[in-house]
Design a protein around this ligand. Structure first.
Ligand code: RP5
Length: 162
């Protein structure tokens, strides 16, 4: 079965990046999660990205904060789709992470998500949608998730005063 890699620059990113893992788990997609740092373990980054396709991954979710070079550098070393998640940084609240990830040069693509937990969850959803192109069970799980979300919103359309 196709699987998804979740990588992040530090264990301090895990509370955010767990949201991607939770979404993949909920949709029945296999994943591996690990720390790969663009700056602290640059050789591991190259080794990981260059072997990701032959190791059976269909997509890579990469989260980092601050000078967030991880998603772009991974994309530079693989043809797999890379989804970049800006993690909220302590100093600049994640705007630095977002701008570091989103401004890729033409010809090397990173699909950039929103800052923080919503972006990480949506990275999981997008990666599942990639897997769903080849996997009917995951496709059905994605469709069911979306329908349930719609039903929940429609069932709560009457707003009352507190
Ligand atoms: C980045 O630096 C990581 O992605 C993390 O968001 C940030 C801070 O890392 P720690 O100092 O908490 O390990 O590389």
């Amino acid at each position: 079965m196709a699987k998804v890699a979740i990588v992040m620059g530090s264990t301090s990113d895990w509370p955010t990046m767990q949201e991607a893992a939770k979404m993949l788990k909920a949709l029945g997609v296999e994943f591996d999660a690990r720390v790969v740092s663009a700056h602290r373990t640059p050789n591991l980054l190259v080794e990981f990205a260059e072997s990701a396709a032959e190791n059976g991954f269909s997509a890579i979710i990469a989260g980092a904060g601050g000078a967030a070079h991880l998603p772009g550098m991974i994309a530079a070393h693989t043809h797999l789709p890379v989804f970049g998640c800006p993690v909220k940084s302590r100093a600049l609240n994640g705007l630095d992470s977002l701008l570091s990830i989103v401004q890729m040069p033409k010809g090397v693509a990173v699909g950039t998500l929103a800052i923080g937990e919503a972006g990480a969850a949506n990275a999981g959803l997008l990666a599942a949608q990639v897997v769903a192109l080849q996997d009917e069970q995951v496709r059905d799980a994605v469709i069911a998730f979306r329908q349930q979300q719609t039903d929940t919103v429609l069932a709560n359309d009457q707003l009352e005063l507190d």
